[in-house]
Write a protein that binds this ligand. Structure first.
Ligand code: SF4
Length: 289
């Protein structure tokens, strides 16, 4: 793993494409991801983005944007004004192409610095997205921020299988990530489980019932088809993920599987599909909490 400190030119990126539905801005404290060689890195859509990788092997590099918090404070007023004028408010997706709580965060605390900067000047809406239980290092700071902006904690859990055949282990076990969701929900935060990309499921009824009892606000279901930045999932089809999924549940590699699972999930929780779900738009057979 190569780790470099860099000076970024900007930190609040105005969204376009898939993310435009989700938020006005994305914020990535790092370039690259220390979890890139774990299970989630296999189907990670970022690995195919040459603008981000610069031709480097995914999971083998992390650039640390050392001036991230400083840049945030320098540009937040301008970006907030722009978003409130041209978009549906100032919302930040943190993060879209890296994990804010990857291993190097414990050393450099860039994400923590950004959360502190947001205490000074918060967005209207903040979506925190992670695969990692290291987010608990910042539990109190996040709870404090949720008192001054509309904040959701999104934890990627993919489904009820901790491992898929032929793939490396996840960055953090399924049970650890479930624990993170429960801790945030118990403390009154909006906690959302993101099945993204949706893995084949062993017992969806039991799983969604469990998520509901944990007090989660919603679940987001996103298939690699339409979810990897291509309409037909062609980026992911080049990886080992579809084969691993098909070995567990053959039909899980079809988009219709997403809708099949969503129908079950709606019996227990509000459900958001793909980009609309990440944006916080849910439907349910129950009252939305
Ligand atoms: S944690 Fe997120 S950004 Fe990092 S490799 Fe996994 S899916 Fe990609």
């Amino acid at each position: 793993m190569r780790v470099d400190a860099i000076q970024a030119r900007s930190i609040l990126t105005r969204t376009s494409g898939y993310l435009k539905t989700v938020s006005s801005h994305s914020l990535n404290p790092y370039v690259g991801c220390g979890f890139g060689r774990s299970a989630c890195g296999e189907g990670c859509y970022v690995r195919f983005n040459p603008w981000i990788t610069g031709g480097r092997e995914w999971g083998r590099f992390v650039d640390i944007k050392t001036n991230a918090a400083e840049l945030y404070l320098q540009t937040v007023a301008r970006e907030k004004k722009w978003a409130q004028k041209t978009r549906d408010g100032f919302s930040i997706f943190f993060s879209s192409s890296t994990d804010p709580w990857q291993p190097v965060e414990r050393k450099v605390r860039l994400t923590r610095q950004l959360l502190m900067a947001m205490q000074e000047s918060p967005p209207d809406q903040l979506i925190l997205q992670t695969h990692s239980s290291l987010i608990l290092d910042d539990l109190e700071s996040i709870l404090s921020l949720s008192g001054i902006c509309n904040l959701r904690v999104h934890v990627s859990i993919e489904g009820d299988c901790d491992r898929l055949p032929g793939l490396p282990p996840p960055p953090c076990s399924l049970e650890e990530r479930m624990k993170v969701l429960k801790i945030f929900a118990d403390r009154g935060a909006k906690a959302v489980a993101c099945l993204s990309p949706l893995y084949p499921m062993k017992a969806p009824d039991a799983f969604f019932s469990r998520l509901s009892k944990m007090g989660l606000s919603a679940v987001v279901i996103d298939h690699f088809i339409q979810g990897d930045g291509t309409r037909d999932g062609s980026r992911t089809l080049k990886t080992r993920l579809p084969d691993a999924m098909a070995r567990v549940v053959p039909e899980s590699i079809d988009l219709s599987y997403r809708d099949q699972v969503a129908r079950i999930a709606r019996k227990y929780l509000p459900v958001g599909i793909s980009a609309f779900g990440f944006a916080g738009h849910y439907s349910s057979n129950l009252d939305i909490r």
